[in-house]
Design a binder for this molecule. Structure first.
Ligand SMILES: NC(=O)c1ccc[n+]([C@@H]2O[C@H](COP(=O)([O-])OP(=O)(O)OC[C@H]3O[C@@H](n4cnc5c(N)ncnc54)[C@H](O)[C@@H]3O)[C@@H](O)[C@H]2O)c1
Length: 344
């Protein structure tokens, strides 16, 4: 039996595939390569022994998904395939709703049709919006969506809750905080197209000489050094969280039995300011990374980090790697791949 990983050629997906292999699971990848290069697959194969079937296809294409279930013995799905740029979602909201919602409906429908009941979903801390208090727990009220991307994640969660309530589907909603870092081998990592929107890949591209400086959006927040605080989680820890969620779904006991759908925060459980991230990255690369303050961005909360006690208690998962490890591993990948996978 195998786990189908949609979006398995992406940044988080590649690490999830490796973590599932390490946990002894067979994996089938489906990816439409809209935001990944086929070279990623060679790199993932370099880290996984045995066969790794890869299907090029759209997770929102019902017939294509049915063919995958016909050809492979799938017993669980990790659904990561989604468009994820906040800025692009504001420019092309309907494309985001179509892609992110249709693929979620389609994957759930095919699973229910085939009697496959274990579903792990890539959600995001974005569903909390701008929370009044931090750290956020899974009981924290979901905020009004900040953008169509965030709305598509909150709507996907609702779709899956409704699907689980009316079928035997059991769903782990994994709310990621800020994934950073790379596999310690330096073989797979984050390869954003265009100028990266997230802080860590931006910092690393400045270190690599691809960008001039890091813009620090807002230095007058009510935080220790005035810059915004976020919860950064090593992508390898995050990936291992998916293996832990699949194990819990397989055991089927506790909250999955009672509720069908359960949300888990996957973060480090602590926050770092933007300046702390830049300092840790500077230490990892061995020189000071240039940065400059600019105006706050609208919709950016001052501080948000995760309370991860539920994942610890019910999945037996905690993030083990600290910010220094994230920066060293991210830099190791960036240094070996100055132009991303195109450097291979
Ligand atoms: N990276 C983050 O900061 C972050 C934070 C929270 C949640 N997430 C979620 O995690 C998941 C993975 O994110 P990522 O950072 O690895 O992004 P990514 O773009 O690197 O990976 C997504 C992968 O899915 C593929 N894809 C997109 N739409 C598809 C479709 N309809 N059918 C098949 N394949 C499709 C892309 O080609 C890509 O390989 C996404 O659902 C994202 O929303 C990411």
């Amino acid at each position: 039996m195998a786990t189908l990983v949609t979006g398995g050629a992406g940044y988080v997906g590649g690490h999830v595939v490796v973590a599932l292999h390490e946990a002894g699971r067979d994996v089938v990848i489906v990816d439409d390569f809209s935001n990944a290069s086929t070279r990623t697959v060679d790199a993932i194969r370099g880290l996984t022994a045995g066969s790794l079937p890869v299907v090029e296809g759209d997770a929102g294409d019902q017939a294509a998904m049915e063919r995958i279930f016909d050809r492979h013995r799938i017993d669980s799905v990790v659904h990561l395939a989604a468009r994820k740029s906040v800025a692009e979602s504001l420019e092309r909201p309907l494309a985001y709703y179509r892609s992110n919602l249709v693929s979620t409906v389609c994957v759930a429908e095919v699973m229910i049709e085939r009697g496959v009941d274990r579903f792990v979903f890539s959600s995001s801390a974005v569903v909390y919006g701008e929370p009044a208090e931090t750290p956020v727990t899974e009981q924290t009220e979901l905020g009004p969506p900040l953008n169509p991307y965030g709305a598509s994640k909150a709507m996907s969660e609702q779709i899956l809750r409704d699907a689980a309530a009316s079928s035997g589907l059991r769903v782990a909603l994994l709310r990621y905080f800020n994934p950073a870092g790379a596999h310690p081998s330096g073989m797979i990592g984050e390869d954003p197209r265009g100028t990266p929107a997230n802080l860590v890949p931006r910092v690393m591209q400045v270190a690599a000489g691809r960008l001039d400086r890091v813009e620090v959006f807002g230095c007058d927040y009510d935080t220790s050094d005035g810059t915004a605080v976020r919860d950064y989680v090593h992508v390898v820890d995050l990936a291992q969280g998916h293996a832990a969620a699949l194990d819990a779904l397989e055991r089927g006991e506790g909250p999955f039995e009672a509720e069908g759908t359960v949300a888990y925060n996957l973060g480090a459980g602590r926050g770092h300011t933007v300046l702390e991230v830049i300092a840790a990255a500077s230490e990892a690369v061995g020189f000071a990374i240039p940065h400059a303050p600019v105006e706050r961005r609208p919709g950016d909360a001052a501080a948000i980090w995760a309370d991860c006690r539920r994942a610890s208690a019910e999945l037996g998962w905690t993030a083990r790697r600290d910010l220094g490890a994230m920066m060293r591993d991210h830099w190791n990948w960036q240094r070996r791949h100055p132009d991303g996978y195109a450097s291979q």
